[in-house]
Design a protein around this ligand. Structure first.
Ligand code: GN1
Ligand code: MG
Length: 326
């Protein structure tokens, strides 16, 4: 069994032609719903030939199995001839990955919303993430609240934007909810998207959050762990993402969705920053760390990136308008 990928939540291994994964039930307590959604989504896309991924059956014919310690495992086929985008994406990789996410969402857009169940309520509810962060800071169970002092100016700058994606005019969509760029497989030869991975958070949500999450992961040249300088959004990559995503979904977006695309990356970077910081305050229970302080630094990187996205909003708006015309 060899560890596979760089997920922060579940444990993933390759065993021959299979990818075996343990579901982290602290993060996904509704395991039944996760598995039911996964089955529904893969069947739907599989029928259209839109994904090569298949859930593998256990000897008893089930789609998951608990080990002697009660941990839940499931498996899909390993898709050969592919690679994930790790590290900094080229514009071609970003365009192909964004197109793959767009195609995934479009492929599910003909399902009724009720076809998938909520697995983690409020996953991209940024105001709720902000409240959770502020509660954690107040409770200060690990005595780490003092670490946040230097981040107060950034936190204040971003606070007014927590509700920017909460427009009641936005349609509820079947969303992927974890569109980090390394959750796509590209064809190792052609570089075109083959399929999207990490489908566990697929649930009713927002395409804006998916676009924002993609941009906050792809346009951060220094990566989520941070580097030397500031996290400045890379707009060349942003343009490629916008082109790829809109080539699939552009015609399906409603006017309120179109209007908010340019602010989504800032909001989702801010939201993830709050989640990392909350986890730091609570003792790193969600996001796996290598060293103490990892989640503090990751949080700081996302907040800086969010501020960078807000500054770049006019340029991003112009790039989006260009991509809509293409
Ligand atoms: C987690 O599992 P992974 O590493 O693909 C997280 C995402 C975060 C991401 C940040 C279920 O994704 O929401 O954006 O880490 N997934 C869950 O790296 O919380
Ligand atoms: Mg992943």
């Amino acid at each position: 069994m060899a560890p596979l990928g760089h997920g922060r939540i579940n444990d993933t291994f390759r065993v021959g032609g299979c990818v075996v994964q343990r579901l982290n039930e602290d993060v996904f307590p509704a395991a039944d719903r996760v598995m039911a959604n996964l089955q529904r989504v893969l069947e739907h896309l599989g029928r259209k030939g839109a994904t090569p991924l298949r859930l593998l059956r256990t000897r008893e014919g089930g789609i998951s199995q608990r080990d002697s310690e009660g941990r839940l495992w499931r498996a899909v086929n390993f898709v050969g001839g592919t690679r994930a985008v790790e590290g900094r994406a080229t514009p071609e990789e970003a365009r192909a990955a964004a197109r793959a996410f767009g195609a995934y969402l479009k492929g599910l857009a003909d399902l009724p919303l009720e076809a998938v169940q909520v697995v983690i309520p409020g996953f991209h509810d940024t105001p709720a993430r902000l409240s959770a962060f502020e509660d954690a800071r107040r409770r200060n169970v690990r005595g780490r609240a003092g670490d946040l002092g230097p981040l107060d100016p950034l936190l204040e700058r971003l606070r007014p934007h927590a509700g920017d994606l909460q427009d009641p005019a936005l349609p509820l969509r079947i969303a992927h909810d974890d569109t980090k760029l390394n959750n796509v497989l590209l064809d190792a030869t052609t570089g075109q998207g083959v399929c999207v991975l990490d489908l566990d958070t697929t649930q009713p949500g927002s395409w804006l959050a998916d676009f924002g999450d993609m941009a906050r992961s792809a346009c951060n040249a220094e990566g989520e762990e941070g580097g030397q300088g500031r996290a400045v959004p890379d707009l060349v990559t942003f343009e490629a993402l916008a082109e790829g995503f809109l080539s699939e979904l552009g015609p399906l977006l409603t006017p309120p969705e179109r209007d908010l695309l340019a602010v989504a990356p800032a909001v989702i970077a801010y939201e993830l920053g709050l989640r990392f910081l909350t986890d730091h305050l609570e003792g790193d229970r969600t996001f796996r760390i290598s060293l103490p302080g990892d989640n503090l630094r990751r949080g700081e990187v996302q907040l800086a990136l969010a501020a960078g996205f807000l500054e770049a909003r006019p340029q991003m708006q112009a790039l989006l308008e260009g991509a809509f015309k293409r």
